[in-house]
Design a protein around this ligand. Structure first.
Ligand code: DQA
Length: 152
């Protein structure tokens, strides 16, 4: 069975507690459990990883770049949190592994929020983007990733 990565960046470990009016009351553990159910339906083995450290996220992207090249992974669903708006290094990591499909997801509609959230360094390197569907967006992103891979 091929692997899929569910990657969450800084402060997403606080989901459910953090600004619930913005991000809802579902915890990261709930999101990961919901995504594990979806992975069973989609026929992939899901690895969930969250870090507040940019380098740890970059290392995971590199790992999955290698797995993708070896035909052992389908890609990644990635909520880069605030690093979305700051990180050239994450952009370069996705570009650098050359081919790993990454679906960028944001729980909130970043375009309806402060202007500093309107720009993403990740989007130009992403295979697709899901924005503003709440935590259900993770499921849409997983589904979208599978459809993209079926298209070849
Ligand atoms: C977020 C949006 C980002 O602007 C913010 O820094 C986050 C969460 C979202 O999922 O809506 O941490 O990525």
């Amino acid at each position: 069975m091929k692997k899929m990565l569910l990657l969450n960046g800084p402060n997403l470990n606080l989901l459910g507690l953090r600004e619930p009016e913005q991000y809802g009351r579902t915890t990261l553990a709930d999101v990961e459990a919901m995504c594990q159910d979806a992975a069973k339906r989609l026929g992939v083995e899901l690895e969930c990883f969250q870090s507040n450290w940019e380098g740890a996220l970059i290392d995971k992207i590199h790992d999955y770049g290698r797995l993708f090249k070896a035909g052992q992974a389908v890609g990644a669903v990635f909520n880069p949190g605030a690093f979305t708006h700051t990180s050239v290094a994450l952009h370069d990591a996705i570009k650098g592994v050359d081919g790993l499909p990454v679906i960028e997801i944001h729980i909130s509609n970043v375009h309806a929020r402060e202007s500093f959230r309107h720009h993403s360094y990740v989007s130009p390197a992403a295979a697709g983007i899901v924005v503003g569907f709440g935590v259900q967006g993770y499921l849409l992103a997983m589904e979208g990733l599978m459809r993209k891979q079926a298209q070849g």
